[in-house]
Design a protein around this ligand. Structure first.
Ligand SMILES: Nc1ncnc2c1ncn2[C@@H]1O[C@H](COP(=O)(O)OP(=O)(O)OP(=O)(O)O)[C@@H](O)[C@H]1O
Length: 465
């Protein structure tokens, strides 16, 4: 049996033989062996980013290599390296591990196998807490009302509807409620599902004759229901009526409900009137895209969670250039840290500019021209026809939907939209209202086209040509 330190050297050799050179040099070579305690091996990493990377990409391979040498090891505990390998007289100096542009962290919290393998008894993401949520004018009401649901303090909010576009914090706040409540009282029954999961579970229950236990789970045995992405229920009548009964029973029993969606309940097509009215009757808390100040503070907070200090000028640059979806802010930040780590260069404006250009600016913005292009493709009409006086049914429908999508997806004024189609602003207003009315009526096939083109827009933005 080799000594622990020799054993670790063998583990590293095995990994060196099985991983690509660059990956080994970057992520495994700098790992410090900090010792073995019981069934755990302790490994020192450069920073939280290093830990995260290993957890997400190399965890299984590292554990396999370790267990081939130390068969009793069950888990890996990552630490932020202190810069000294246990058992060595002289370890590398702390500065040898300093991430360019970053500040050294004190020895961090030890991570257990539960963190590492993401096996958590709780369904909630541990990063999505109230403490990690940055509050600004854009999300103040949503934050305060979620807090009120969680704590039952300040003002009594039995049910809440969080409304926003994608990536603005609805799930974060729902999980924050779950995390908070379970921490205070682990015995409470907090049910967290997306509308899609709710639907699938109900279909399975119907098939397997288990509706009673399904009902029990969401009605009798539920203290807080967190239901995400309500719009998925559009057109699913049976599921909607089950949900309606569930909501009524929970509210009758003084339980709490948080729903999230990207549209107001009354604007969701093919949603039962009773469900619309139930959901419209709760406190609706919209979340707007973050302003500069909030974006800046979000970046600051996320950087400190990664254990990396980023110069203020770089944070200002990023906050100034990345608007909307907070996921984009996160991707740019992670890209920035990764690039600095991999290239071994400090984090500065030049690097930030490259990353922002790569992650963000290359994505096409949704503009009137992109909408016109996708509408033309979908309806097989030409841009000239869209802008022409033609009243052919197909062209008129395409034009109307294009007006609606321009209002939904761009910030252009009614005048600008109108003139892109040789129309005046009142024609646009009339068409947009007509589409909204038809969508909320749910009977028209127009909803299918709107959904289809919206999906195309999102795909085009996510995967630019
Ligand atoms: N105010 C905020 N402070 C800190 N992080 C935030 C904030 N808003 C959003 N985020 C982060 O942005 C990411 C996306 O947020 P989240 O998943 O909650 O968005 P969402 O509105 O539920 O999106 P979708 O509708 O696409 O599901 C998460 O990592 C979340 O932590």
């Amino acid at each position: 049996m080799p000594s622990e330190v020799d054993g670790w050297t063998i583990v590293k050799q095995k990994l060196e033989g099985s991983l690509p050179r660059g990956q080994f040099d970057l992520w495994i070579a700098p790992l410090e062996f900090c010792g073995i305690e019981g069934n755990s091996i302790r490994l020192g990493c450069r920073n939280n980013f290093h830990v995260q990377w290993l957890k997400e990409r190399l965890q299984r391979k590292i554990l396999d290599a370790i267990r081939s040498v130390f068969p009793d090891i069950r888990d890996i505990r990552y630490e932020i390296a202190s810069g000294r390998i246990k058992g060595e007289e002289k370890g590398p100096r702390e500065d040898d591990y300093a991430l360019p542009g970053s500040q050294r962290e004190p020895v961090g919290r030890q991570l257990s196998i539960n963190d590492v393998l993401e096996v958590r008894p709780s369904p909630f993401n541990p990063r999505f807490t109230f403490d990690h949520f940055v509050v600004g004018t854009c999300n103040q009401l949503a934050y305060a009302s979620s807090m009120a649901v969680a704590t039952g303090q300040s003002f009594n909010v039995p049910s809440l509807y969080l409304l926003s576009d994608s990536g603005l914090g609805k799930s974060h706040l729902s999980h924050a409620v779950g995390n908070y409540v379970l921490k205070k009282n682990p015995r409470l029954k907090v049910r967290y599902v997306t509308a899609e999961q709710f639907t699938n579970e109900m279909i399975a229950a119907l098939k397997n004759d288990r509706m009673e236990s399904f009902k029990k789970k969401y009605r009798a045995s539920c203290d807080i229901l967190l239901l995400e992405r309500i719009e998925f229920l559009s057109g699913k009548e049976k599921i909607q009526s089950e949900l309606l009964y569930t909501i009524d029973e929970l509210l009758d029993r003084g339980k709490k409900i948080i729903c999230t969606g990207s549209r107001l309940p009354r604007e969701i097509p093919r949603l039962h009137e009773d469900l619309k009215s139930r959901l419209s009757g709760v406190l609706v808390a919209p979340i707007e895209p973050p302003d500069f100040d909030t974006r800046f503070r979000i970046l600051q907070k996320k950087a400190s969670q990664e254990g990396v200090k980023i110069p203020l000028k770089v944070l200002e640059f990023m906050a100034g250039h990345i608007e909307g979806d907070v996921r984009k802010l996160e991707s740019c930040l992670i890209g920035l840290i990764a690039k600095s780590n991999i290239l071994g260069v400090p984090i500065d404006i030049g690097l930030a500019r490259d990353v922002v250009a790569m992650v963000y600016e290359r994505l096409p913005r949704v503009d009137i021209a992109l909408i016109q292009q996708l509408v033309c493709e979908t309806f097989d009409v030409t841009p000239q026809e869209l802008a022409s006086p033609s009243r052919k049914k197909r062209v008129a429908l395409a034009r109307k939907i294009a007006f609606y999508l321009c209002r939904e997806y761009t910030r252009e004024s009614l005048q600008t939209i109108g003139s892109a189609f040789n129309r005046n602003h009142s024609t646009v207003v009339y068409a947009v209202n007509d589409v909204k009315k038809k969508l909320s009526g749910g009977k028209s096939s127009l909803g299918k086209y709107v959904d289809l083109i919206s999906r195309k827009l999102k795909i085009r933005c996510a995967f630019p040509e």
